[in-house]
Design a protein around this ligand. Structure first.
Ligand code: GLN
Length: 457
């Protein structure tokens, strides 16, 4: 009831949701009440409230991807990640707003509405999982699921002052997530503290390899237990919490022009790490500067094949008064897709037909970045960088300039290209706009990121 009251009070100013499932929440709450009375054993996330980005399916609910193309599309099955959450007893509040088909960095490219930043309504929430980040920041539930292809969980988390984790590529099933660029798409978690991220990750990792062949076969990890054991162990030995951990500071990530506020926040986060016993070393990711171009080439090209299914025949919007099949496809796509999606599809098609060499070069960059990071992890347990070079900007300030918008991804895409895990953690000075620090770990070492994140809480 408290959460519903908070939503009623603030949602009309924020616009975090596309679909709100009020009845469902009340029904689930009553179910939980009955369980408590009967003394039935409870799930790991029993009663935890969450929201979910509107490009992840929940059976029999609308799944729009914030697009007119899918405005009336009802999901025929559940996303694999939601099954784990349901089993653990978590309750979904509804589906959150986003940039159309997850293309964007401000949630201003939704076909339905703009999401505003709960810390300052005149500013963007970031994107593309802006609705999810805003929901968590506004107190609409305990956590939210988003998708991160080039930074879409980490960047809005940074703008809204919450934590946002993109797990290792292959840790969480993508079944039920509408593809944008599937070689980089990952479902991620937004929450208010690292322990909540650990608990949710535990429930959504794996497990069904038959339905997503890019999942990596491995034993499930008890992230929460590991995190708690770590804290207890240090406490009992009276050691500084991050003693023995080496943090790499990749210099290229700090050489770009950055807002003063971001710089200051990052400096104090590094001081905080040191005071907790961590050792900081400088290192280099030499191919950092090529990441942004490589990301946009690869993501636009993959989007071309993945959005080809929206043709007015199989899914979504079908235009009326058409003469023949070409006409159906042309008009349905013309009416269904927004400007940003069309821009990317046109560029992606251009690359595929006239600029194939840039695709080859982008693949090379991907490999070189992987090698750079592996070098880094020989010296450090995790790397620390800013999540974005700026704090949340005013609504409308960048929406007309795709290039300004793209720059927002500069610090997050190297991780996406390499499939590494990363988490954005709030580290602003008190009273200022939120700033995110990005912790980058080696493959499947989510635990070290959670330990590091704990250090900034
Ligand atoms: N902002 C990036 C883009 O527009 C990343 C999007 C994402 O991660 N889904 O492509």
């Amino acid at each position: 009831k408290d959460t519903l009251d908070t939503i009623k009070e603030k949602e009309h100013k924020i616009g975090a949701f596309i679909t709100l499932s009020e009845e469902e929440i009340v029904k689930k709450a009553q179910g939980l009440d009955r369980k408590l009375q009967k003394g039935t054993s409870l799930g790991n996330l029993e009663g935890a409230l969450y929201s979910i980005k509107d490009n992840i399916m929940m059976k029999n609910q609308r799944c729009t991807c914030a697009s007119n193309m899918l405005k009336n599309f009802i999901a025929p099955y559940d996303g694999e990640c939601t099954l784990g959450l349901n089993e653990a007893g978590a309750v979904s509040l509804g589906k959150t707003n986003m940039d159309e088909f997850a293309m964007g960095s401000s949630t201003e490219h939704s076909a339905f509405k703009v999401t505003r930043n709960p810390r300052d309504y005149k500013r963007v929430a970031g994107g593309s999982s802006g609705g999810s980040a805003a929901a968590v920041a506004a107190g609409f539930g305990h956590f939210s699921l988003g998708s991160d292809t080039g930074g879409s969980v980490r960047q809005p988390a940074a703008f809204c002052g919450v934590l946002g984790m993109k797990p290792t590529y292959g840790l969480v099933s993508r079944l039920g997530l509408v593809s944008f660029a599937p070689s980089m798409d990952q479902i991620g978690i937004l929450a208010n503290n690292s322990r909540d991220i650990a608990r949710v990750l535990e429930e959504i990792q794996g497990p069904d390899f038959s339905k997503d062949y890019t999942l990596v076969r491995k034993k499930p990890v008890s992230y929460d237990q590991e995190l708690q054991a770590f804290t207890k162990d240090r406490e009992s030995r009276k050691e500084k919490p991050l003693k023995g951990i080496t943090i790499g500071i990749p210099k290229e990530f700090f050489e770009i022009s950055m807002e003063k506020e971001v710089e200051k926040a990052l400096d104090s986060a590094m001081e905080a790490f040191k005071s907790q016993g961590a050792k900081l070393i400088s290192l280099s990711i030499p191919h950092f500067g090529y990441g942004l171009s490589a990301y946009h080439v690869l993501s636009m090209v993959e989007a071309v094949s993945n959005l080809a299914r929206f043709d007015g025949v199989g899914y979504g919007n079908r235009a009326s008064n058409c003469e023949n099949i070409e006409d159906v496809i042309e008009k349905s796509r013309g009416q269904g897709f927004g400007e940003e999606v069309k821009r990317r599809l046109i560029l992606g098609n251009y690359i595929l037909s006239k600029e194939k060499q840039s695709l080859v070069r982008a693949k090379k960059v991907q490999k070189l970045l992987q090698e750079d990071f592996q070098q880094g992890f020989q010296q450090a347990d995790f790397l620390f960088t800013p999540t974005t070079h700026t704090t949340a900007f005013k609504l409308g300030k960048k929406s007309k300039s795709p290039l300004d918008m793209q720059r927002l991804d500069e610090l997050t895409v190297p991780v996406s290209l390499t499939g590494l895990p990363a988490i954005s953690v709030p580290c602003q000075e008190p009273g200022n706009l939120p700033v995110g620090g990005q912790l980058i770990g080696n493959y499947f070492d989510e635990t070290v990121l959670l330990k590091g994140a704990l250090g900034l809480e």
